[in-house]
Design a protein. Structure first.
Lengths: 302, 156
């Protein structure tokens, strides 16, 4: 049976750990010809420069060849072709499909239609599992473990798919502690808190972004997006509350690292960039190794 | 209700020779039940009554289908809109078996995903949900992974 990566919960803890091991290996030796002679389709029904370049770099470093499109304007979708038909056709050409789509559930559906493995590079506000795996790799690399991590999540915790997936994945490890910092209207949804309760995992909710971060091993920053607010006044009230500044890092732990899925707008002040606790650019670099690892795992190349 | 009228009603229910009587359907959902079970597309003799008195449901409906015996996966489809429905299986005018409707673990088709950005609302795809909670019904879309529940549940 073919293996896909659609949702972070498709993988077991063992699989997370295997991907972490493979990613560490690719970091030491990024150029390995495991995909030689293989064709990978990179289908971006919605533009995403960062994710696409990261995947395409990973494929190139594995020696594979890439076909596809970078935005829907140059795909047959503009002629009204259904996703079903596009995937049917492409799965006859390629050995693997990496896809990004604006509609939620598009990747799961594509996996049902396709005869070759699908990697979900983001389906609307739903899932973006390769981001979560690179976040986990960044945590493992900087903390030496995925167990007993005190993880602070800041910003838009209601709609942010990256925080939801990371919460689900980290819940599989030993004794994580979650701290959620967000305005009332962007709080972590009940369903995720309920799943933590069921697993007996500790979490705390805060509205203020203050000294409490001194406990953190990881601070995971997210963007508060204007388009999430129906009332612009509400946005104006909260947009400048959750800004991380260098001065706030004084009493934080020495092992603490700041992560952000990027792109950032103003939620991390540029004066943080020079601090050794700022890890977000290294995190993006880890994306290539993690994606090499995901492809290798999905396609059983090792 | 007078005893003799009750008897008559009971007689009516038992009045098919072979087939199935579906009782305790909420009156307002009668026609949805008919559609979901495809009773509007079969040739069997069907009689139904609606707005009958019921303490539990306010107004109930009943359907009698001659020569039709439902499989579990067929009948469980109506659990969404008639969770308290009871089936009487009739053989030679006798009730030989009583069954209740059980909410299935997955629901394919029937319900629309409430998320307008879900792929199932944008391409011709049969919806599929995992039942998270039975009562009140809460459904998780297999595709977009969003929860549809309560007032959001719309039958196709």
């Amino acid at each position: 049976m073919k293996k896909d990566l659609i949702s972070i919960t498709d993988f077991s803890k063992e699989e997370y750990l295997r991907i972490m091991d493979l990613a560490a290996d690719f970091e030491k030796n990024p150029n390995q010809d495991l995909l030689k002679g293989k064709v990978v389709a990179s289908l971006f029904f919605e533009p995403s420069t960062r994710t696409r370049l990261s995947f395409e770099t990973a494929i190139s470093r594995l020696g594979g060849r890439i076909v596809g499109f970078a935005d829907p304007g140059s795909s047959s979708a503009t002629k009204g072709e259904t996703l079903h038909d596009t995937i049917k056709m492409v799965s006859n050409y390629a050995d693997l499909i990496v896809m990004r789509h604006p509609l939620e559930g598009a990747a799961r559906y594509a996996a049902e239609v396709s005869s070759v493995p699908i990697i979900n590079a983001g389906d609307g506000a739903n899932q973006h599992p390769s981001q979560t795996l690179l976040d986990m790799y960044s945590i493992l690399k900087t903390q030496g473990t995925l167990d007993n991590i005190n993880l602070f999540m800041v910003g838009d915790l209601k709609y942010g798919r990256t925080v939801h997936s990371l919460l689900q994945a980290m819940s599989e490890f030993e004794k994580p502690i979650f701290n959620f910092i967000s305005p009332e209207i962007l709080k972590m949804p009940e369903t995720y808190k309920l799943s933590l309760k069921e697993k007996g995992i500790k979490y705390f909710e805060h509205e203020e972004f203050t000294d409490i971060i001194s406990e953190a091993d990881i601070i995971y920053m997210t963007r508060v997006q204007k388009e999430r607010f129906s009332d612009p006044i509400e946005y104006e009230k909260v947009k400048n509350i959750y800004i991380l500044r260098n001065a706030m890092l004084k009493n934080t732990k020495s092992n603490m690292k700041i992560l952000h899925p990027l792109p950032r707008v103003n939620e991390i002040h540029p004066d943080v960039d020079g601090n050794e606790k700022a890890y977000y650019f290294d995190q993006a670099r880890n994306g290539v190794f993690t994606r090499e690892a995901i492809i290798t795992h999905i396609m059983n190349l090792k | 209700m007078k005893e003799d009228i009750k008897k008559k009603l009971k007689l009516k229910v038992s009045a098919i020779k072979e087939g199935t009587v579906i009782d305790h359907i909420p009156a307002k959902n009668l026609f949805k039940v008919i559609t979901i079970l495809g009773l509007d597309k079969i040739e069997n003799q069907i009689t139904f009554g609606t707005n009958l008195e019921s303490h539990k449901l306010g107004g109930k409906a009943i359907i009698k289908v001659t020569d039709k015996f439902f499989k579990d996966n067929e009948i469980n489809k109506i659990a969404l809109i008639a969770p308290h429905a009871k089936l009487n299986i009739i053989r030679d005018y006798e009730v030989v078996e009583k069954r209740i409707v059980e909410t299935p673990e997955t629901i394919n088709g029937i319900v629309k995903c409430f998320n307008p950005k879900c792929i199932t609302n944008n391409e011709i795809i049969t919806t599929s949900f995992k039942v998270i909670v039975n009562e009140p019904l809460s459904l998780k879309c297999k595709y977009c992974e969003k929860i549809t529940n309560g007032e959001q549940i719309q039958i196709y």
